[in-house]
Design a protein around this ligand. Structure first.
Ligand code: SF4
Length: 192
């Protein structure tokens, strides 16, 4: 099957009035990414992280994200916490090491939901905070982002947000704003 790739956008290609649907994986990562993007884009945050388990951990991280949205004056769309579907889609992959096939599917599920939401809001460009993490392979994240966005007729903002001190800035802002910082990626196998 032919793969449709999204046209890429550069960080300064938007404009303060152009909306960008930003998938946010947690408050600390979102803090520095929003700070970097919000001068060039009208950032709309999208929360869809059914990979985060158990539910009390999910809610803790969501609370932290709500603080970031308040601090940065950005909107936050909270999508369904569909753990059952996440488990169904990841079935048979729970023994895979972090960074393997389970993680690829996990990225895809969250990017897909963000793309569908962007289409429903008539937003033409999507992005994700995932590349700020030193534990995520930026080439994989961005390739998947382009592919998912392209299938929905959207552009993808392919960035490496950890560059130019991005990760360090997220640590600083987390301290300053008293954000909860998790100690594992999100799913139960990842925690183990
Ligand atoms: S380790 Fe992280 S990226 Fe991988 S499947 Fe678990 S939550 Fe998703």
């Amino acid at each position: 099957m032919e793969t449709l790739e999204a046209p890429e956008r550069s960080a300064v290609a938007g404009g303060p009035n152009e909306r960008l649907a930003l998938h946010v994986c947690c408050g600390p990562c979102a803090s520095a990414v929003i700070e970097r993007l919000c001068t060039d884009w009208d950032v709309k945050c999208v929360w869809h992280n059914p990979n985060i388990q158990p539910e009390r951990e999910h809610d803790l991280r969501l609370d932290s994200m709500r603080t970031v949205a308040e601090r940065t004056g950005t909107s936050l769309a909270v999508l369904e916490y569909d753990v059952t579907r996440w488990m169904e889609l990841r079935e048979g992959l729970m023994d895979q090491p972090e960074g393997g096939a389970r993680c690829l599917g996990c990225f895809r599920m969250r990017l897909e939901a963000t793309a569908r939401w962007a289409v429903s809001q008539e937003i033409g460009t999507i992005a994700t905070t995932l590349s700020i993490s030193p534990h995520k392979d930026v080439a994989i994240v961005n390739a998947m982002g382009r592919e998912v966005a392209g299938r929905h007729g959207l552009c993808f903002l392919a960035e490496d947000f950890k560059k130019r001190g991005g990760f360090q800035r997220s640590v600083e802002l987390s301290r300053e704003w008293g954000l909860y910082r998790q100690t594992y990626c999100g799913c139960l196998p990842g925690m183990r």
